[in-house]
Write a protein that binds this ligand. Structure first.
Ligand code: FE
Length: 211
């Protein structure tokens, strides 16, 4: 394009400011300060963001499937998730506290963050939009069974429902019940049954495909 095509380049705003929400600007200011004070490098911050963005429910599913087939691992995972996850190349040591909550035939856990959207991102990736919605955050504590019903999960009245409220300092991962009829499945096949929603507690894992 030539200089006289009428295109006004001066009207272009810098990419890092225009349209960025105030919280984003604040984060950038803090990031710049941390780098300036030598506490972190830009490369370290980029690596941490990349690492977090590459996480997905498949990471959490690895832990669940292993816990289903290996009672010793399950005991370690429940007792100290931070010590158990490095076996899978998942390092959560630098992050907030994390508790793994085991469902049983008589007890079901449902995870919510009533304040905002605290979530075990290191094990599940970014939270789904509904998890962050005011509707879920408010109704999960008032009417957890009604919320689960909307996800297609109807729990018998005999099953106790325990709702846990996540915070910035404490995240939760549900260890769902292993589906019936999966005794002969391999660990890898079991992984495929573990859904994101089952690790939040709004649904059960998938049922195995009958052959
Ligand atoms: Fe939160």
């Amino acid at each position: 394009m030539g200089r006289d095509d009428g295109h006004e380049h001066r009207s272009h705003a810098p990419i890092d400011e225009h349209g960025e929400p105030p919280l984003g600007r604040r984060a950038r200011a803090i990031e710049a300060l941390l780098i300036e004070k030598g506490l972190l490098t830009a490369a370290e911050i980029r690596r941490a963001i990349d690492d977090l963005a590459s996480r997905s429910p498949a990471d959490g599913a690895k832990l669940v499937a292993r816990a289903w087939v290996d009672p010793a691992f399950k005991a370690r995972l429940l007792a100290d998730p931070k010590a158990a996850t490095p076996e899978f190349g998942i390092d959560i040591t630098s992050h907030a506290q994390l508790a793994v909550l085991e469902n049983s035939p008589g007890l079901h856990h449902l995870v919510v963050c009533t304040l905002c959207s605290c979530y075990p991102r290191t094990l599940l990736g970014p939270p789904p939009a509904w998890y962050k919605s005011l509707d879920y955050r408010s109704r999960a504590v008032v009417d957890p069974r009604g919320v689960m019903r909307e996800f297609g999960l109807e729990l018998p009245a005999t099953v106790e429902v325990r709702v846990v409220d996540s915070t910035a300092d404490m995240r939760y991962l549900v260890l769902p019940l292993r589906p019936a009829g999966t005794e002969r499945l391999s660990e890898e096949e079991l992984r495929a049954l573990v859904t994101r929603d089952s690790m939040i507690g709004v649904s059960h894992p998938r049922d195995p495909v009958r052959v």
